[in-house]
Ligand binder design. Structure first.
Ligand SMILES: *[C@@H]1O[C@H](CO)[C@@H](O)[C@H](O)[C@H]1NC(C)=O
Ligand SMILES: *[C@@H]1O[C@H](CO)[C@@H](O)[C@H](O)[C@H]1NC(C)=O
Ligand SMILES: *[C@@H]1O[C@H](CO)[C@@H](O)[C@H](O)[C@H]1NC(C)=O
Ligand SMILES: *[C@@H]1O[C@H](CO)[C@@H](O)[C@H](O)[C@H]1NC(C)=O
Ligand SMILES: *[C@@H]1O[C@H](CO)[C@@H](O)[C@H](O)[C@H]1NC(C)=O
Length: 385
């Protein structure tokens, strides 16, 4: 053996001891056979639509060429995550038509909160499918799919038993817990004051998934909602509250407050759940950069909804994207899409365009915004810091 190659072996041994995941885990990219997602409209692929009616056209027009249960012109970050592993887009758990859960299920619904809310969706409140309800659904899905799988009838539609421990568990929720407080006219201090309770319940949900066998977690923090038309249009009262990019500072302050504490919760969870690999992803920073540097990044009008109707932000809460009015007895779509959603950041005043979602996915996939800083495809491995 050449001295040269033995040196190389020693060097690679040292490298593998210092750079690679701790022993016990297999190195190399993770092969997640399934994805289970929990969240709100940022990752809803058809849950709210199945229960309360489709997200209206022109939602879905760019990629799906029809309504697709998503609040966007096309794909969401969760769709790009699934695609990156060669997995099909996630079916919504609540969707009884054409669903295929063989590689995962999506429990997110638009308007979902972590905490149960007291205002119903019919009063402009949150989705009743709060995170605890999503966990009830997941638990039942897991239990019953394992029974049905043994009967062999549904094996092409349900995950295999071992997928539950090997799956990627993704979370993107919290934004609506904060805006729920704004809708109740609470002060920023009052909203901040309930953040610990929200995060306590968030933490319980992750623990519950762990107890049910989940091991790999990918947790998005909450967006700079102060840069979104629906917050700017509805809640902002003074120009002095805008930052130099036109975003509402108080709302972004609260989001950052939530995120800082969410990160602490994740650090605690790593201690409490020794077999879990939990990645915290700073989606806030990626979205804020996209909105504030839009032009440099090939996008335009980041504070204006592409699909909407009227006002400074092309957003009218009473006539959201897909909104129609009746003229001479005929329904006319007046909250329609802009001409070119592919250069726009904001889709409907609340959600991002497919182009924006793709850009955001590309930024977060390689781990640049993650704690620990490992790529999505390595998320099943614990990196000692
Ligand atoms: C809902 O109302 C109950 C009873 O008043 C209260 O304890 C709880 O905090 C409220 N929940 C939220 C999210 O405001
Ligand atoms: C469900 O999707 C998987 C993966 O795409 C596919 O292999 C399977 O045949 C599908 N099941 C049915 C019943 O179509
Ligand atoms: C919040 O304040 C607005 C404006 O004063 C008022 O119209 C609305 O009814 C208030 N909402 C609640 C839930 O108190
Ligand atoms: C991660 O990906 C983004 C987008 O492709 C790229 O700009 C960035 O430099 C990458 N970061 C690292 C650390 O590879
Ligand atoms: C998470 O990391 C630990 C420690 O490196 C490893 O033993 C375990 O297999 C990993 N979990 C998964 C699901 O790969």
């Amino acid at each position: 053996m050449e001295p040269h190659s033995s040196q190389r072996i020693i060097i690679s041994l040292i490298l593998s001891m210092t750079l690679l995941p701790t022993p016990g885990s297999s190195s190399g990219p993770c092969t997640f056979p399934a994805i289970f997602n929990f969240g709100d409209s940022n990752s809803d692929t058809g849950g709210l639509s199945a229960a309360f009616g489709q997200a209206p056209a022109p939602n879905g027009e760019t990629f799906f060429h029809t309504q697709a249960g998503r609040y966007s012109d096309g794909r969401l970050i969760i769709d790009f995550i699934a695609e990156s592993f060669g997995l099909p887009h996630l079916s919504a758990y609540l969707d009884s038509v054409g669903s295929n859960f063989s590689h995962g299920a999506n429990f997110a619904t638009a308007g979902s909160t972590i905490r149960r809310q007291n205002t119903t969706i019919f009063q402009g409140g949150a989705s009743p499918i709060s995170l605890d309800v999503q966990l009830v659904q997941f638990s039942d899905f897991r239990r019953r799919s394992q029974i049905l799988n043994k009967q062999g009838i549904f094996d092409k539609l349900l995950p295999k038993e071992d997928y539950f421990s090997k799956a990627l568990y993704t979370f993107d929720i919290g934004q609506n817990d904060l805006t729920a407080g704004y809708k109740l006219n609470l002060t920023m201090e009052q909203v901040k004051a309930y953040v610990p309770d929200v995060l306590h319940q968030y933490s319980d949900a992750v623990k519950r998934v762990y107890d049910l066998g989940g091991r790999t977690f990918w947790i998005h923090n909450t967006a700079p909602a102060g840069c979104l038309p629906y917050v700017l249009d509805r809640f902002l009262t003074s120009a002095a509250q805008l930052d130099r990019y036109g975003c509402g500072s108080p709302f972004n302050d609260v989001a950052r407050y939530f995120n800082k504490r969410l990160k602490d919760v994740v650090i605690q969870l790593r201690k409490q759940l020794p077999l879990a690999n939990i990645t915290y992803v700073d989606v806030y920073s990626v979205k804020y950069t996209l909105i504030t540097q839009a032009k440099k990044l090939g996008f335009m009008l980041p504070l204006r909804a592409c699909c909407g109707h009227g006002g400074k932000y092309n957003f009218n809460n009473a006539l959201r994207c897909g909104g129609k009015i009746t003229v001479n007895g005929k329904e006319v779509l007046i909250a329609n899409s802009c001409r070119n959603p592919s250069v726009r950041v904001n889709w409907d005043g609340i959600h991002f365009t497919e182009a924006a979602n793709k850009w955001i996915f590309e930024q977060i996939a390689n781990g640049s915004f993650s704690n620990p800083p490992i790529p999505l495809e390595m998320a099943c491995q614990r990196m000692d810091q």
